[in-house]
Design a binder for this molecule. Structure first.
Ligand code: PAF
Length: 286
């Protein structure tokens, strides 16, 4: 496994690999790898012959007062896991390498980025699309894999890729959960023992809504009431949003149908968690 810090070197290697006819797969991450990331790497390994993992804690997607300075990091542990997962190239640029002095260009997807997480995190998705677009341009991947846990992020990245005619196939991978249902996330490491117990309320609430929908209840407001009631039983839980939306437009649905996705953002103490699920089917691969 080669570890590369320079944008120019990474781009040169990838252009050479493309010229040799190799199929490049990119898994973009901010590091502190967990089983969710490893599932992307396993699928990535299957889908191409040059597997690139980027570890870059992207400052432009964090707002003032967010957790950039405290975001968990473990470069040594991540490198070991990457090696074991069969990564060919580990791309670990510095912030100055990605955003040198004078940097002034950003990618903005309109509409989809203004709702849900976009309402409480202004500028967040602009940072995500900017860095993902830069990574696509540097790594030149044929395929890029993202987790469905960041459902809105995936919808926004798909929109950007289509709108800008980027020749990259975007794959969304199912959420990986702990044994009790909690969706895996680097931010779970912030939770105290008591908060960790309460955090399971998100996946519990999703299961309740899915069961009710399968039994025939399609009124979104009724399903969302069940969701809210379950989460509000926890003393440290504060719901930021609980919505049932169309999976592509992210617009609210008054009745859940086959395109419906339940989306949650909940603060457990100081930790902001997100989770989601389709209401009528298992997460699918794309
Ligand atoms: O999902 C993440 O880890 C990040 O938002 C991403 C896609 C790597 C961009 O920094």
């Amino acid at each position: 496994m080669e570890r590369i810090e320079s944008v120019a070197t990474m781009q040169r290697h990838c252009l050479e690999a493309r010229a040799e006819g190799r199929r490049i797969v990119l898994v973009p991450t901010m590091g502190f790898l967990h089983e969710g990331h490893l599932s992307l790497l396993r699928e990535g390994r299957r889908r191409g012959d040059l597997l690139v993992l980027s570890l870059f804690l992207n400052p432009t997607q964090f707002g003032a007062g967010e957790d950039l300075d405290h975001y968990p990091r473990d470069l040594a542990g991540d490198s070991e896991q990457a090696l074991r997962a069969g990564v060919d190239m580990l791309f670990v640029p510095s912030a100055a390498e990605m955003y040198p002095p004078g940097y002034a260009s950003y990618v903005n997807v309109e509409g989809l980025t203004e709702v849900l997480c976009g309402s409480s995190r202004p500028g967040h998705f602009r940072g995500v699309t900017t860095v993902v677009c830069k990574l696509f341009s540097i790594v030149q991947p044929h395929v890029a894999l993202f987790g469905l846990k960041d459902f809105q992020q995936l919808a926004v990245v798909r929109r950007m890729t289509a709108d800008l005619n980027l020749p990259v196939e975007i794959i969304g991978m199912p959420i990986v959960r702990e044994a009790d249902g909690l969706a895996m996330s680097s931010r779970n490491s912030y939770l105290s023992v008591a908060e960790r117990r309460q955090a399971v309320s998100l996946s519990d609430a999703i299961s309740l809504a899915r069961a009710a929908a399968t039994a025939g209840e399609t009124r979104s407001e009724v399903l969302l009431q069940m969701v809210r009631r379950r989460i509000e039983r926890e003393p440290d839980a504060a719901i930021e949003y609980a919505r049932i939306c169309d999976r592509t437009s992210l617009q609210d649905l008054s009745r859940a149908d086959s395109r419906a996705v339940l989306l949650l953002a909940v603060h457990i103490g100081k930790t902001r968690l997100i989770d989601n699920s389709y209401l009528f089917e298992e997460d699918c691969l794309s």
